[in-house]
Design a protein around this ligand. Structure first.
Ligand code: 5AD
Ligand code: SF4
Length: 453
């Protein structure tokens, strides 16, 4: 079969990283090999994210760059198919088609299993001298997963497994319920099968993914109603899985049973990403978060009873409409109280179609920037403190790749910290994918370092 080149640019979250990997998988049987530059690719996919500020604008400017490459290729008598996928595509598909005639096809996160058909259709239209204008932004999730489960998995020590998609929470700032659709959990039977395939392929760490991962629910092999805790316990029984993580969780669905899994399952890693968004109850209410700052702190306290060393991560938004200086101070207080091992923080940015975008009292950009830099300084300090707190300890580290230096490897601690390990140049290859004990002897905000124990 003729070999073709596929370039995918991934924007945004882990869900998109996962989707990109699956797109590579579905295109492989069609003869497409991944390449790391778009210049001479036969198929270019922009796998977009709608969460960040000016997301759509960034996509249009990338489309502009790629148009030039597409034109050059055309002059040489070759075709390039340009596709826009992901959440911007889902939200603004028709608009992209109108504004960027150079785009051959637009598809949403739920339809990429149709990618081979769409690409062939596009090529056949072009060969007949017609314009390729394909738009597929349906929201039928089960069909996508049915097709994808059949694909084989590549050899790797870590893998993502999407167990749930979409969200019914409707936080007033967020587009996910509109772009990814309603909450949908995959069948437990399929998940166990996929997980077994991953373990067979050598995966030792699996990260269960979902926009609202702890809302996962389903009926087990023996007819019981299961949630995430039972699923994690079941997957931990699979031979080969030594580490299980899950992300992203909502405080609303942090059940006692799930906290207990952290306490008594060694495979469940001591790390939890639990967005809080803000520390002021008034703002949390306006965000429609369904929790307040006290109930969030209660969860963290109970979790630490189960697993005292657990690392907490979070998401924050500053400058939500109506946020006063007092409200912002409450966010800072909550951060001081919880002590985060790491976190993501953003300036509020209005998303068309969400309730918050219509709210009065939008906060001035300069105030948002100032609050964000104060919050980030505090979070950075906490991350450095957390990293420093493991100096002198021996941690188990899963080696994922080569390190910064010739004689070093890179891995992750149980707490999700990036770790640089000096091992000697001769060992760099053989340690890939292995879990090793590392004596930590240095730390900064971004990573920790050590030597084999
Ligand atoms: N403005 C700023 N940040 C946002 N996020 C989601 N929507 C917005 C928005 N409109 C942030 C939230 C969420 C993370 C993935 O992105 O903190 O948890
Ligand atoms: Fe968006 Fe809120 Fe759902 Fe998270 S829980 S995906 S922030 S609506």
């Amino acid at each position: 079969m003729e070999k073709k080149k596929l370039y995918i640019k991934t924007y945004g979250c882990q869900m998109n990283v996962y989707d990109t990997e699956r797109m590579v998988d579905v295109m492989a049987p069609e003869g497409y090999m991944e390449t790391d530059t778009p210049e001479d690719a036969d198929l270019v996919v922009l796998n977009t994210c709608h969460i960040r500020e000016k997301a759509a604008e960034k996509v249009y400017s990338d489309i502009g760059r790629i148009r030039k490459m597409k034109d050059t290729k055309k002059k040489d008598g070759e075709e390039m198919v340009l596709a826009v996928g992901g959440c911007v595509a889902q939200a603004e598909g028709a608009e992209i088609m109108k504004r960027a005639p150079v785009v051959d096809m637009v598809f949403g996160p739920q339809t990429y299993h149709n990618l081979p058909d769409m690409v062939n259709q596009s090529l056949s239209l072009k060969s007949q001298g017609e314009k390729s204008r394909i738009l597929d932004t349906g929201l039928a999730v089960d069909e996508k997963f049915d097709q994808l489960s059949k694909k084989d998995v590549k050899k790797k020590a870590t893998a993502f497994l999407t167990i749930q998609e979409g969200c019914d929470k409707f936080c007033t700032f967020c587009v996910v319920p509109y772009t990814r659709g309603a909450e949908f959990s995959r069948s437990i039977e399929d998940l166990v099968k996929d997980a077994e395939k991953l373990a067979k392929a050598g995966v030792v760490e699996v990260t269960l993914l979902g926009q609202n991962v702890n809302a996962f629910h389903g009926v087990s092999e023996n007819g019981e109603e299961w949630g995430l805790p039972q699923l994690i316990r079941r997957l931990a029984k699979i031979d080969g899985f030594e580490r299980i993580r899950y992300t992203t969780s909502h405080p609303h669905d942090m059940t006692d049973e799930l906290l207990k899994v952290h306490g008594d399952l060694k495979e469940c890693m001591p790390y939890l990403h639990l967005p809080v968004q803000a520390g002021s109850d008034r703002i949390l209410k306006a965000m429609n978060r369904t929790h307040d700052s006290a109930s969030y702190k209660d969860i963290i306290r109970d979790l630490r009873k189960e697993r005292p060393d657990i690392a907490i991560s979070g998401d924050f938004i500053v400058g939500f409409p109506g946020e006063t200086y007092e409200d912002f101070k409450e966010t800072m207080e909550l951060v001081r109280d919880v002590k985060y091992a790491q976190a993501y923080s953003f300036k509020y940015s209005p998303r068309p179609g969400t309730p918050a975008a219509e709210m009065d009292d939008q906060v001035d950009e300069n105030i948002k920037s100032e609050r964000l830099s104060r919050l980030q300084a505090l979070l950075k300090q906490q991350q450095a403190d957390f990293n420093n707190s493991v100096i002198g300890k021996t941690l188990s580290v899963l080696i994922e790749g080569k390190g910064k230096a010739e004689d070093a490897v890179f891995g992750r601690s149980p707490y999700m910290q990036a770790v640089q390990v000096k091992v000697g140049a001769d060992k760099v290859e053989e340690l890939q994918g292995k879990i090793v004990d590392v004596k930590i002897n240095g730390a900064n905000t971004f990573y920790i370092e050590g030597i084999l124990a």
